[in-house]
Design a protein. Structure first.
Length: 152
């Protein structure tokens, strides 16, 4: 192929390459139509990327919500919309979602305690501050203080 100036002496740069068929529509837009808008387009792209990152971070952050004790199955460690079955053991009330969970709470002392994820201390589920994650799983805290410190 001969050089651009020999074929089109009056044309040079992007116009000559376009005449030779070396340009696609996308390249033409970039070189002829959009050069002055590149900074604006790049700025918009950066802004959109930042928004996407911030939304992703917000979605990944623990959205812990305080929940009522009676809404939690303390065997499955899951929050439910309706009240669970109360189980009284040694003067304390625990909750289960079914007869099997009710029986486990009565017979298995390990089902009635959990570890506070902030302090690392063992807590009684009947007296714990309970927080639910977005997926419905619950965490047990020894106090409002450790509940508030979670995820910070």
């Amino acid at each position: 192929m001969m050089g651009t100036p020999a074929l089109f002496p009056a044309l040079s740069g992007p116009l000559a390459r376009m005449a030779l068929g070396e340009y696609t529509v996308r390249n033409l837009e970039r070189s002829l139509i959009m050069p002055e808008k590149r900074l604006v387009m790049r700025s918009l792209l950066v802004l959109l990327c930042l928004v996407a990152v911030l939304v992703g971070v917000a979605a990944a952050a623990p959205g812990l919500q305080r929940v009522e004790t009676k809404k939690v199955c303390m065997v499955n460690n899951q929050v439910f919309e309706k009240d669970q079955i109360p189980v009284t053991v040694e003067g304390k009330t625990y909750y289960g979602c079914c007869e099997m969970c009710k029986e486990r709470l009565t017979k298995d002392a390990a089902m009635r305690s959990a570890v506070d994820p902030v302090s690392g201390k063992t807590v009684d589920k009947a007296t714990a501050v309970i927080g639910a994650l977005p997926d419905g799983k619950v965490l047990y805290f020894e106090s409002e203080t450790t509940f508030g410190q979670y995820g910070k």
